[in-house]
Design a protein around this ligand. Structure first.
Ligand code: IPM
Ligand code: MG
Length: 358
């Protein structure tokens, strides 16, 4: 039975990096007989240009029917002036929420070859292997009421609501504990329980779940301290679990530990592990079309897709190993370039991973 993958290249560098991931998947498909079948659709700004909305019903229906989704990135300055409900980002947020992709896995792994590319000292980041588990369909990103209103005084006020129901905390918690069980069995829950009630409940639920996973060592950290610890001594972490907004911020910080955000893949999963896979970085409009973007985060996202949603772990491993070999060969896109290496374009990097697959 074939496995249907929906490609959503999106905007900016999205099409370039998804094209490289597609090449790699096509080769893996041939080499290992994976029975992958591809379809493609528009999301974000390119969808707005085509049909007026960032995610139309036809694309949403395709996304629902697919076995897995591989996305590039959305957004760009040409759509920044649009009304909020029509912004490219809304397409992505709607996909996450409509498909109930509540569990966002963002692994930050430092390839030893890239220790020099990190802005942190090599000894601080060498051997880094962190997994951030971010809640993705709740919290302040989706909480109602929200909006910008005019007060009686005539002054305008912007407001959002940070809320988490117990079941939302519980399901992301269970996911994070399960991930920790497969790793070093240390889970750090990040909250702001000294100020925000929603995260007092978050902490309480995590504590309760801990009784079900006695093998996992649970700790708690306030988000401000977690941000500091991530850049001070990142190797103290194994798995971090946190809410939507804190996870957004901390995962960008974690990305830089690995040398470049261009290296960070992600998976967004529903309760049955169906999911959407995308690089953590954005659409980088400033370098779009220049052949400079790093396709590795997208290629590594494709590998995560094979592992988590399609049950093809050996092929996933082969792709990850190929990325390692290409880095061994000294090939670097501009974002991870250091002296003595060979600077390559987006397509050259994709081709090199292809060649290293055999
Ligand atoms: C991310 C991005 C998105 C987010 C944006 C594009 C809506 O920053 O995936 O981290 O905030 O979740
Ligand atoms: Mg982000």
């Amino acid at each position: 039975m074939s496995k249907n993958i929906l490609l959503l290249p999106g905007d900016g560098i999205g099409p370039e990096i998804v094209a490289e991931a597609r090449k790699v998947l096509d080769r893996a498909n041939d080499l290992y007989g994976l029975a992958l079948a591809f379809d493609q659709a528009a999301v974000g700004g390119c969808s707005i240009d085509r049909c007026g909305v960032p995610l139309d019903d036809a694309t949403l229906a395709k996304a629902r029917a697919a076995d897995a989704i591989l996305m590039g990135a959305v957004g760009g300055p040409q759509w920044d002036g649009l009304e909020r409900s029509l912004r490219p980002e809304k397409g992505l947020l709607k996909l996450r929420s409509e498909l109930q992709l509540f569990a966002n896995l963002r692994p930050a792994i430092l390839y030893p070859q890239l220790a020099e590319a990190s802005t942190l000292k090599a000894e601080v980041v060498a051997g880094l292997d962190i997994l951030i588990v971010r809640e993705l369909t709740g919290g302040i990103y989706f909480g109602e009421p929200r909006g910008i209103r005019t007060l009686e005084s005539g002054e305008r006020e912007g407001y959002n609501t940070y809320r988490y129901a117990e079941h939302e905390i519980e399901r992301i918690g269970r996911n994070a504990f399960a991930m920790a069980m497969q790793r070093d069995r240390r889970l750090c829950s990040v909250d702001k329980a000294n100020v925000l009630e929603a995260t007092v409940l978050w902490r309480e639920v995590m504590q309760r779940l801990a009784a079900e996973y006695p093998a996992v060592e649970l700790s708690h950290m306030y988000v401000d301290n977690a941000a500091m610890q991530l850049v001070r001594a990142p190797k103290q972490f194994d798995v971090i679990v946190t809410g939507n907004m804190f996870g957004d911020i901390l995962s960008d910080a974690a990305a830089m530990l690995t040398g470049s955000i261009g290296m960070l893949p992600s998976a967004s999963l529903d309760k049955d592990r169906r999911g959407l896979y995308e690089p953590c970085h954005g659409s980088a409009p400033d370098i779009a079309g220049k052949g400079m973007a790093n396709p590795l985060a997208t290629i590594l996202s494709a590998a995560m897709m094979l592992r988590y949603s399609l049950d093809l772990a050996p092929a996933a491993q082969a792709i990850e190993a190929a990325v390692g070999r290409v880095l061994d060969q000294g090939l670097r896109t501009a974002d991870i370039y250091t002296a003595g290496c060979r600077k390559v374009s987006t397509a050259e990097m994709g081709d090199a991973v292809l060649a290293a697959l055999e």
